[in-house]
Unconditional design. Structure first.
Length: 230
């Protein structure tokens, strides 16, 4: 399969890219802003030819140029995983307009723009997987400092439901995984004292399998992937 994943330079995204490339059946375009970290992916997979790193700023980049670069590698796409995200942990009184723009741009707008640019390349039975958070699920436990992060992830979840309906004519399935806590660099930066119950590798294993097979069972679904309830 031809697979694209964003936010692939570290954490869960990096682990998903490695696991999908190492299956021996996929080619993976790995997108991230940090070119140096991104290029290390080729050294961490069994067959470096199965990973194509593309350095791209999802907030400020030219999506038309990105689409052209992707078309230079893939004539068709089977899976897109919108994994890139930013988490700013600040109470509402300290959040700025730029904090708002950063989280909405990276967590929601980038997924919208990439999907829009790549629709013509999707093969029938294609699968778009948007990575949200339990914080973006109505009725789940909420935490101080995560109001904008949770709002952006909630917006991504609703976008997923809407696009699943809109893209039926293209035979593209769209699902959203609302992740619980996994031990990543982003989590450690936001909550240094917290230890998550799952590793990035464990969460990545679930996402990689779902990206390949989930559209056989789900479309337009927001699926919690969490050890805690709610």
């Amino acid at each position: 399969m031809n697979i694209i994943i964003t936010g692939a330079s570290r954490g869960i995204g990096k682990e998903v890219a490695i696991q999908l490339a190492n299956s021996g059946e996929n080619r993976v375009i790995a997108i991230a802003r940090d070119e140096k970290k991104l290029n290390t992916l080729e050294k961490e997979v069994k067959d470096p030819a199965r990973v194509i790193p593309i350095a791209f700023d999802l907030r400020n980049g030219d999506y038309e140029l990105l689409s052209k670069e992707i078309r230079g590698h893939f004539s068709e796409i089977h899976v897109l995983i919108n994994n890139a995200g930013i988490l700013i942990n600040k109470k509402i009184s300290r959040l700025s307009a730029d904090d708002f723009d950063q989280m909405m741009d990276v967590n929601v707008k980038s997924a919208f723009l990439l999907i829009q640019a790549l629709i013509p390349l999707f093969e029938p039975n294609g699968h778009i997987v948007n990575i949200s958070s339990m914080g973006g699920v109505q009725g789940s436990a909420k935490f101080p400092g995560l109001s904008l992060y949770s709002a952006s992830k909630g917006a991504l979840a609703i976008l997923s439901e809407c696009l699943a309906e809109e893209l039926k004519d293209y035979n593209i399935s769209v699902n959203c995984l609302a992740l619980g806590a996994a031990q990543t660099e982003m989590l450690a930066e936001a909550f240094p004292a917290y230890k998550a119950p799952l590793s990035a590798e464990q969460m990545a294993s679930y996402i990689a399998d779902f990206a390949i097979n989930g559209q056989q069972f789900f479309n337009g679904k927001i699926l919690p992937v969490s050890l805690s309830t709610p």
